[in-house]
Design a protein around this ligand. Structure first.
Ligand code: PRT
Ligand code: ZN
Length: 301
């Protein structure tokens, strides 16, 4: 393949190679217009249509790559970004979290064995907490005024209490099934997390700045479009005010006459929030019929 741009002009984006964030991150970049080609097992995906490369790495490497300027942008869980930020020496600049993304949602939380003596941090005094997030955990315990020993664990943290290695754990939770399966009860939330877009601590060099800014704008537009729905319905003219009030986050709907009907009209509106079944039922009760909700592919304002 012919690469048209000089290396120094190509924006470098770090993405998790294989894990929970990979598919969402690549799908987001594709929706931003990057046509990526990636051979099986390759660590680099090159955009054919714009000067950008996607580096596929372990998620723990992403904040460092962005901080050092080897990558201009990176997508990683806020949990990883914050844990690494706490490990920086005074004076070291951390990557900037420039966007909070709409996937990878989870929380870093304390959890206590069902049969254990401690049921919350305040009861831990002198106990041990196993975690893969020692810095965030220490910060939480310090802020709570609790003295406890941190036991760093690199995997299967939820087994630590059963192995007699800890009195509590601090780990990521999404559905809570893993905790329940290990007879652990969720306690305090240490950090609410989701995927974040990181950018280097200093502004991108002039040769790449325009594309970095364009990608940030497109990411905003993609997330906005994902939230946004286009709704079409028929309604009696006298119910229009009540119906407009039910539409979440919509401004000035379009009202059109229906051929052959005097009192019923068609309403089209862009809604900027999710439309739930409850809203549709309320619309129907207000007199609406033929209700259609459509996804929005792209939007630019
Ligand atoms: O190989 P690499 O180092 O790149 O990947 P990794 O194994 O470190 O990370 P990976 O792919 O497991 O997760 C990447 C990111 O996804 C995390 O840093 C979080 O930001 C986010 N994320 C969202 C989660 C979860 N949800 C999640 N549930 N990461 C991990 N979990 C684990 C959790 O540790 C626990 O073991 O899932 C289990 C709990 O899930 P529930 O649903 O049973 O509560
Ligand atoms: Zn990792």
């Amino acid at each position: 393949m012919r690469v048209k741009w000089k290396r120094s002009e190509r924006v470098q984006i770090a993405v998790q190679k294989s894990g929970r964030l990979t598919d969402h991150s690549l799908a987001l970049l594709k929706r931003c217009g990057l046509r990526l080609t990636r051979g099986a097992g390759q660590l680099l995906a090159v955009a054919e249509n714009m000067p950008a490369d996607v580096l596929l790495v372990r998620d723990d490497e992403i904040p460092g790559l962005v901080r050092e300027g080897a990558c201009d942008l990176g997508i990683v869980g806020l949990n990883v970004a914050e844990e690494q930020r706490l490990g920086l020496a005074a004076g070291d600049l951390a990557p900037r979290t420039v966007r909070s993304l709409d996937f990878g949602g989870c929380r870093l939380a304390m959890a206590y064995p069902r049969e254990g003596s401690a049921r919350c941090a305040a009861q831990l005094g002198g106990g041990r907490v196993a975690t893969s997030y020692p810095r965030l955990t220490r910060k939480f315990l310090e802020e709570a005024g609790v003295e406890a020993e941190i036991i760093p664990f690199s995997g299967a943290v939820e087994l630590a209490p059963r192995l007699g290695r800890a009195d509590a754990i601090c780990d990521l939770v999404s559905s809570g099934k893993t905790l329940a399966a290990n007879q652990l009860d969720e306690g305090e939330t240490v950090l609410e997390s989701r995927a974040a877009l990181l950018a280097s601590p200093t502004e991108a060099p002039a040769a790449r700045r325009e594309l970095v800014d364009l990608l940030k704008r497109r990411i905003d537009a993609v997330m906005q479009a994902r939230e946004t729905k286009y709704i079409m319905l028929h309604a009696p003219r006298e119910a229009l005010r009540a119906i407009a009030e039910l539409l979440p986050g919509s401004e000035s709907p379009t009202i059109m006459a229906l051929e052959g009907s005097k009192d019923r009209v068609a309403l089209h509106a862009v809604c900027r929030e999710s439309i739930f079944w409850e809203t549709l039922e309320a619309l129907k009760n207000a007199g609406a019929s033929s209700i259609l909700v459509l996804p929005v592919e792209k939007m630019l304002e």
